[in-house]
Design a protein around this ligand. Structure first.
Ligand code: ZN
Length: 275
């Protein structure tokens, strides 16, 4: 695996990287945030987006709200859909989300989505929760952070009424470029992560090669997803440098070019400050 540049002085004119999806409040990352951030900075990963996905995780976000290099997002994950099967319960949760978004400075609404691989709820409970949150994101002018497993057609259908008004990212994308391009046509960016570092992962590496670079952002989804040679529990924002290196190798471009384009994409999409 190509190694990251040694120091920022080697990187004149090259943007720092952004991890657009990391759950810093989850163990083991929450044990020593300062060290996690220092290791990220040592590999030129300067900014991190932290998506919270339920009321318990929303309550852990206060320290990240205070740090100019960390950016927050709030949403209700489909894994929580079973807790609100009735419309009145969903309305209550949506009201709480609205209050939370008012009180904080989120860069996105998420993570939200659809997941048919879980047993606690089905699309009957998940779809209305997703639709309400897509609507809220459009009303507030916030990009969305989308989680999708096993329900890509349903997700595209849910996005359809918002065409031209919605933006955001389909995160942890590990499918092929044909599907990726359909989400790009729907207005989204595609977040590539650890899967493209695996030499045998044909589909995501094909996406890394073929999808338009101006619609790609980078992420780790640490500590949920690992990389080639890195267990999920060991993954952290510093590893975005390895995702960038893999993308550079697959596309036969310099890491600097990949950093400049993907960081510009993330800054524009999430309206992030330059460092
Ligand atoms: Zn996530």
């Amino acid at each position: 695996m190509p190694s990251a540049p040694k120091s920022s002085s080697d990187r004149e004119g090259v943007s720092s990287l952004i991890d657009t999806h990391c759950h810093l409040y989850m163990t083991p990352l929450d044990k020593d945030l300062k060290a996690v951030q220092a290791r990220a900075k040592a590999r030129d990963v300067a900014q991190i987006i932290v998506p919270a996905y339920d009321q318990a995780s929303w309550d852990l976000m206060a320290p990240y709200e205070m740090d100019p290099d960390l950016h927050t997002a709030y949403g209700i994950h489909p894994w929580l859909a079973h807790e609100m099967p009735e419309a009145a319960q969903r309305d209550e949760a949506m009201a709480a989300l609205g209050v939370r978004l008012d009180k904080t400075s989120p860069v996105a609404l998420g993570e939200i989505g659809l997941d048919t691989k879980i047993e606690t709820s089905g699309l009957v409970e998940q779809l209305p929760l997703l639709e309400a949150q897509l609507q809220m994101a459009v009303e507030r002018g916030l990009p969305v952070i989308l989680h999708c497993r096993g329900a890509f057609e349903e997700m595209l259908k849910a996005l359809e009424p918002h065409q031209g008004k919605i933006c955001g990212v389909l995160h942890a994308f590990s499918r092929g470029p044909d599907l990726g391009n359909r989400f790009i046509e729907a207005g989204l960016h595609i977040a590539l992560g650890g899967s493209i570092t695996r030499p045998t992962a044909k589909r995501p590496r094909k996406s890394a090669l073929r999808l338009p670079l101006e619609r790609i952002v980078l992420e780790t989804d640490a500590p949920s997803i690992g990389l080639h040679g890195v267990f999920p529990a060991e993954a952290e924002p510093a590893h975005v440098a390895d995702v960038a290196a893999a993308l550079a190798q697959i596309r036969d471009r310099s890491i600097g070019h990949i950093a400049n384009v993907t960081t510009a994409n993330a800054r524009e999409l999430f309206n992030l400050p330059c460092e």
